[in-house]
Each structure stands twice: as C-alpha cells, then as structure tokens.
Design a protein around this ligand. Structure first.
Ligand SMILES: *Cc1c(COP(=O)(O)O)cnc(C)c1O
Length: 396
C-alpha cells in the first residue's frame, strides 16, 4: 500500500555505518533504520548470536518458559528501575502495554474511574489506535473514526496546563524524555522532576516512552538515567533488537500489579530468536567503555556541527539533542536538506519542527564522524547557494 512515499533507492548490503545501494553507491547511514541499528549493519556479534539461535529454536509459545527471554528480562531489570518486563514486537505494542497496565493498575487499586492519560503535544507514541490517540496528531488520526477516548493532551513542557489536566479520572502521564519524531526536543529535567512529583502527589503512574531514546541512543543506556527521575513504566523497542523486531514494556512490581495471568498476551512477543538478538545488543552496549565512547562521540559531533552552523547560519538555525540523537533545525525546508544529504551519499530522516535527525549507529568512529561532517558541510554549501541570504543580512 502506498502509505509511504518512498525514495527510489534500495540497499542490498550493510557493513557498520555504511549501506551499499543497488545503484552501486555507498551511503553513510545517519538514519539507522530510524534509531534501530544501534550496532550498525551486520555486526559480527549479532550475526553470530542470531545464527546460533536460528540453528536451535526460533519460536515457542509463551505458554512455556523461554530461558533466553528470562535472561533478557533479568538483565533489563538489573540495568534499570524495573522489576518486571513484557515483550512484544514493536514500539506501538509496547506503548499499548503501558496504557493497558496504567489503567489496570488503577482498577486494581479500586479506582476504575481513573483511566485517562495525560499526553503532550508533539509526542509520538506509535500507530495503533490507542498509541495514535496518545500521539494526538490530527494528521495521523483523520479518517480513522473516533479517536480512542481517555487521553488529555497538553502543550509541551507546560506545567500549569499539566496540573490543570489532572483530575479524578487521571491514571498516568506519558512522555518521551527526548521527543524524537517531534523534532529532537530535549525535555527540561526540571519539568520531568515536576511530573514525577505530580504523579507521586496524585497517585498517578509516570510512563516514559523510551522507544527511540532507549539502549544507549542518548549516551546513557536509558535517557531517564541522567534526568534524576525514575518512571514507573517504560516502553522500549527500536534499538533493543538492533534490527530484529522487538518491543518491551518494563515496570515496577507495583505498577504491574494488575497484570495477572490472562490479562495480556502476544503470540510472537519474546520469541527465542528476538531474545537472542536483544541479548546480543545488550552484550555490546553494556560492555565497559561503550557508552563513554557514545558520549565522547556525541560531544565531538555536536562541536563540529556547531562549527558548520556558524559557517552556514542561513541554513542551520540550531543544533540540539542528546547523545547520538541529534537534530539540526533548518532554515530552508528540511526536505531540501534530506535530499541534498542524499546527493552527498548520506541518509538522514526528517522530524517535526523543520528538523533533520542525525541518528548514526552507536558504533560510529571518529573518522566516520569527520566524514559525515564534511558531507553535511557540503550539503549546507549547496543549500546556501540555492537560498541566497538577503543582502542586508548581517550588515548591521
Ligand atoms: C518509533 C516510535 C514509536 C513506535 O514504534 P513502532 O515500532 O514504529 O511501532 C513509539 N514511540 C516513540 C517515541 C517512537 O520513536
């Protein structure tokens, strides 16, 4: 179905941060399948782990124990605030689980009327009907019938509006610590702290959507870890499988107390092949020094991008983001920059607010960062030519 207006470009092979296209060209991958290929393409450890698992067992029903999944869940709990995990196959399913769990928690607390969730403008939580209602983007909702009820959307990072939206029917608040699709907007930590306090004061659950930020993208394993705020529930997906479809909903024992046998399920969720992929990703991302390197490379890339911005102030308005989730807010239309970067054999992805998202694999080297910056610089020069600044600009 033509739900994507696809670029006429196909890749046949990948290696590290490089994608080899059927047109014979080699592209620098600054999309990572939208924050998925954290270890780049064909990472040897992942290839080995998936191949070994494929020769043993791919799928069994969740009616039986799945040791690879128990191991992954134990590791995720060990590494985070969580005590318990439910596995799915995508981000939007992980969000569904978060929403169901929050409602069921209040029900289990004897407050079934508490079934509404506060969400924020500019958020993105996925494309199933509940996740779409939480996303609240009119463009995505239009034509799909009545939006699922139970969501109260307030302006981004507006504490007064958030307080006003909380009522006797509120169950939870859901937010991305860094808004990805919404334009790489880093939510102020003070606002997240205020949300934590509101949740504690009102008996609400705080849900972090870390589908895009999780698994090292922001330089910490989870973005919440350097905000000083712990959620009660967290959604993961994208990078967790490094390219293998997987989602996970993590929670404290308390938040998950309504999720008793029979209340939720998934046929594929947590199958041994997916679990092997995610365990392999964790092996690499949690190895000593890996995330320090991500933080180091993030600083390096941001510094160099700041220089590019200074050289091309008429093209790049702002460099923002955390870790290797970086946004360039553009002056000309973002689509022109994405196209021009593709001409420079580098692929990126647009986000809201006229932003180009730079999402390189986390394994990128300093030499590859230098190469990327050179291509971005050339793309800016091309756009500057196409959009000459008015003669008076900067004359004062
Ligand atoms: C991508 C994304 C989702 C949806 O994930 P899918 O795997 O596409 O269903 C949800 N939340 C955030 C923050 C995302 O970036």
């Amino acid at each position: 179905m033509p739900t994507y207006s696809r670029v006429d470009l196909a890749f046949e092979r990948g290696e590290g941060v490089w994608l080899y296209a059927t047109n014979g060209k080699r592209y620098l991958d600054f999309t990572s399948g939208v924050a998925v290929n954290a270890l780049g393409h064909a990472h040897p450890h992942m290839v080995e782990a998936i191949t070994a698992q494929a020769q043993k067992l791919w799928h069994v029903s969740n009616l039986y124990r799945i040791p690879e999944g128990e191991r992954l869940a134990d590791r995720l709990c060990e590494l985070s605030f969580a005590d318990t995990v439910f596995f799915q196959n995508s981000g939007t399913e992980a969000i569904e689980c978060c929403i169901k769990m929050a409602r069921k928690y209040q029900f289990a607390c004897g407050k079934p009327e508490r079934n509404r969730i506060v969400t924020f403008e500019g958020a993105f939580h996925g494309r199933t009907l509940a996740a779409l209602a939480a996303t609240g983007n009119k463009k995505y909702l239009e034509g799909f019938g009545p939006a699922m009820p139970g969501f109260d959307q307030v302006p981004y990072a507006d504490l007064e509006a958030t307080k006003k939206a909380i009522g006797p029917e509120t169950a939870a608040i859901i937010i991305e610590a860094v808004m990805g699709e919404g334009g790489v907007r880093v939510v102020p930590h003070s606002f997240l702290k205020a949300l934590r306090k509101l949740c504690d004061d009102h008996g609400l659950l705080l849900i972090f959507d870390e589908v895009q930020t999780g698994i090292g993208r922001t330089g910490d394993l989870f973005a919440y870890q350097h905000t000083g705020v712990k959620p009660d529930i967290m959604a993961l997906a994208k990078a967790l499988g490094g390219g293998f479809p997987i989602g996970a909903c993590l929670a404290t024992t308390e938040a998950a107390k309504g999720m008793t046998p029979g209340t939720h399920g998934s046929t594929f969720g947590g199958n041994p092949l997916a679990m092997a992929a995610a365990n392999a990703v964790l092996d690499v991302v949690t190895a000593p020094g890996f995330l320090d390197k991500v933080k180091h490379n993030s600083l390096l890339l941001k510094q160099k991008l700041a220089e590019v911005k200074d050289r091309h102030a008429g093209v790049i308005a702002e460099v923002r983001g955390e870790g290797l989730l970086i946004g360039l807010r553009m002056v000309p239309p973002v689509s022109e920059m994405v196209d021009e970067l593709r001409n420079q054999e580098m692929i990126t992805v647009a986000a809201g607010d006229n932003v180009v998202r730079l999402l390189p694999p986390l394994i990128i080297s300093e030499a590859e960062i230098a190469e990327a910056v050179a291509r971005i610089d050339r793309a800016c020069a091309a756009l500057a030519l196409a959009h000459p600044r008015p003669a008076t600009a900067g004359a004062a």
